[in-house]
Design a protein around this ligand. Structure first.
Ligand code: SME
Length: 152
C-alpha cells in the first residue's frame, strides 16, 4: 500500500472517539508496521511529565529496554531538544545512538508539536539500509500533525 493510501486510514483512526488515545496510537503503529515493508518497529515516545526525559508510549515491534530516554541521548533524545526531523540512513555511523536490536539498520524520528511545543515523537526503525525518503518524512509529519490534534 502506498503512503498516500494510508492517509485516510490514519484520519479514520484519529476520529475513533469510542476508543482511548493510547488505543488509537497503537492502531496507528499497527497500521504503519503492517502496511509499510520498511517500517519494522513503530512507536511513540512522549515527554515524561516535567522531567527532561522521554517515556515510551504505544508501540509495535520487539520489546525494548529503552522505555525511558534522557533528553539529548540517542536519536530520540536528540530530537527532543532539536525539534527537527532526524533521518538516519545507517545507524552504525551514529555516535549518539541507542541500539534496541541488532537487526536495525536505519531509523527515522519525527517530532510531535502541540501548540508549538515539542511534546513527543514517532520513532520508526527499519531493518532495510537507507530506506527513508522525503516521502516518508512528509507522510510522518502528516501522521504527527493529526496525532497532535487528539493530544491537545
Ligand atoms: N534507537 C533509538 C532508541 C529507541 S529504539 O529505536 C526503540 C535512539 O537512538 O534514540
Amino acid at each position: 500500500m502506498t503512503l498516500a493510501a494510508l492517509k485516510p486510514q490514519v484520519e479514520d483512526i484519529i476520529k475513533r472517539n469510542s476508543i482511548s488515545i493510547d488505543e488509537r496510537l497503537l492502531a496507528i503503529c499497527n497500521l504503519l508496521e503492517e502496511n509499510v515493508p520498511h517500517y519494522n518497529w513503530v512507536g511513540f515516545y512522549f515527554k515524561n511529565g516535567d522531567k527532561n526525559e522521554l517515556k515510551l508510549g504505544p508501540y509495535v515491534g520487539e520489546p525494548t529496554d529503552h522505555t525511558i530516554i534522557p533528553f539529548g541521548k540517542g536519536i530520540c533524545g536528540q530530537v527532543a531538544v532539536s525539534n527537527q526531523n532526524f533521518v538516519v540512513p545507517d545507524v552504525a555511523a551514529q555516535d549518539n545512538y541507542i541500539a534496541c536490536s541488532i537487526t536495525v539498520k536505519a531509523e527515522i524520528v519525527i517530532p510531535i508539536f502541540v501548540n508549538g511545543k515539542n511534546i513527543g515523537q514517532i520513532d520508526i526503525d527499519s531493518n532495510t539500509p537507507d530506506p527513508f525518503t522525503e516521502e516518508d518524512e512528509r507522510f510522518l509529519e502528516f501522521v504527527c500533525s493529526h496525532v497532535s490534534t487528539i493530544l491537545s
